[in-house]
Design a protein around this ligand. Structure first.
Ligand SMILES: *Cc1c(COP(=O)(O)O)cnc(C)c1O
Length: 422
């Protein structure tokens, strides 16, 4: 499918008068329309809830948009919990799906009344020792091992992943949790990442539904929800078709009717923790071409770098690039588009066919709405950019300011013998 930016050259020219490049820009209209579609796709399940994976886009203004659709937050760290609390999410709207969890984070999650999702069997004792009891509602993360396969091949490799419990551990865990006072139980699994196919959730759901029926039989536990977690993908490359969430919702519905309803489990809620699917396509990184270099290859240097968007550098991930104002120009030049880090992997694109780029051109790097800004870091003393929200009425609101050198040096501010100045 053709990839079109949600912002035009003239809009960007207007925005940069107030907010210089680089910046991440989010599309409020797109976020809202997608959130509505997600809700509609699972409306057949009365207690359905999406807990947005906060790590994907940890910005309170974004979380508050999703809150309007009664969505919750999926947190995995102390600061993510703080963010959810500060945005006014109550415990019922906070899922704490963490792993390798420090004690103080379990304690804080419990204090907020969040739903705790245990990553490991040993965390039962750890949690009980930490908070002095087992919560009434509790969830466990499942890892079936092996590989996760769909009709188009192997999607991922749970047997190689650090998350979750084996089936035997899971059954034992529910028995123990029940004996320690837990009353309502959830099952969670995240078995494949960025799946660009409508098959993933339905297949995962069927597997978890069958597991839940077995768990119910073997433990007598009252299963309250099945959490399909994240993993619903987006088409980063133009050759892929986007997932259709209504088809996905119907696929889960069918498995539910075939497995859960006959087992008397028709009132179990479906939860999910999508990050990428909720925000990915509705954010972009806007950057300016500031250098061109002609050596053994043709390079375009931009004013953003991997500190603003790490995915290409660490995973070799493809992010589509549009040169604004040249949407219809022939892609007859081959460029590496680079940032300034002293790391040769700092390239947003390698051997990419693009229109001729002139200095001062604005480039839109697509699909940075999830796991984009949030993966940013400060290597080379590079500063994180601003985040801007393109509102439905076309106006722009700054939802996070750009970092300044003072932010970068703030962790030295408690030292009397060190003073860093311009
Ligand atoms: C990262 C993560 C998610 C979100 O994954 P997406 O691929 O962005 O949908 C959800 N749940 C957990 C536990 C995660 O670690």
């Amino acid at each position: 499918m053709e990839k079109k930016p949600f912002v035009t050259k003239s809009q960007v020219e207007e925005i940069v008068r107030t907010y210089p490049t680089p910046f991440h820009l989010y599309d409020e209209k797109g976020i809202r329309e997608n959130a509505k579609k997600v809700k509609e796709a699972f409306a057949w399940n009365p207690n359905f809830r999406e807990y947005f994976a906060v790590k994907a886009t940890p910005n309170p203004y974004i979380l508050k948009i999703l809150q309007e659709y009664d969505m919750g937050c999926d947190c995995s760290s102390y600061t993510e919990l703080m963010l959810a609390k500060s945005c006014g999410f109550d415990g019922k709207h906070i899922m704490f799906s963490s792993n390798d969890t420090p004690a103080e984070e379990f304690a804080y999650a419990d204090e907020l009344g969040a739903i705790i999702n245990l990553d490991d069997f040993t965390h039962i004792d750890f949690l009980e020792e930490t908070i002095g009891h087992i919560p009434e509602t509790i969830s466990c993360r499942y890892n079936p091992g092996g590989v996760f396969e769909l009709s188009n091949g192997i999607m991922d490799n749970p047997g190689d992943s650090k998350y979750g419990m084996t089936k035997d551990q899971l059954i034992e865990a529910y028995k123990i949790l029940k004996s320690k006072g837990a009353k309502k139980f959830g099952v969670h699994a995240f078995l494949a990442s960025n799946t660009v196919t409508n098959e993933y959730y339905p297949k995962l759901a069927r597997e978890l539904f069958e597991l839940v029926v077995e768990l119910k039989e073997k433990t007598g536990c009252d299963i309250a929800f099945v959490n399909l977690s994240g993993g619903v993908g987006i088409p980063y490359t133009p050759d892929k078709e986007p997932n259709d969430i209504s088809v996905i919702g119907e696929g889960v519905h069918k498995a539910f009717d075939e497995v859960m309803v006959p087992a008397g489990l028709g009132d179990v809620a479906i939860y999910c923790e999508m990050g990428r699917f909720m925000l990915g396509p509705y954010g972009c990184l806007v950057t300016k071409a500031i250098h061109e270099k002609h050596i053994y290859k043709e390079y375009i240097g931009v004013d953003a770098c991997a500190a603003n968007l790490m995915r290409p550098a660490i995973y070799g991930a493809y992010h589509h690039i549009t040169v604004l104002g040249k949407e219809d120009a022939p892609c007859d030049h081959t460029y590496d588009v680079t940032g300034s880090l002293c790391e040769n992997c700092d390239k947003f694109a390698v051997d990419r066919q693009l229109p001729k780029i002139d200095m001062g051109d604005y480039l839109v790097i697509h699909d940075t709405g999830a796991h984009g800004f949030s993966m940013g870091y400060n290597y080379n003393g590079r500063l994180r950019s601003a985040e801007l929200l393109l509102k439905e009425d076309g106006s722009v609101k700054m939802i996070r300011r750009a970092e300044t050198p003072e932010d970068y040096f703030a962790t030295f501010d408690c030292f009397d013998d060190i003073k860093i100045e311009r």
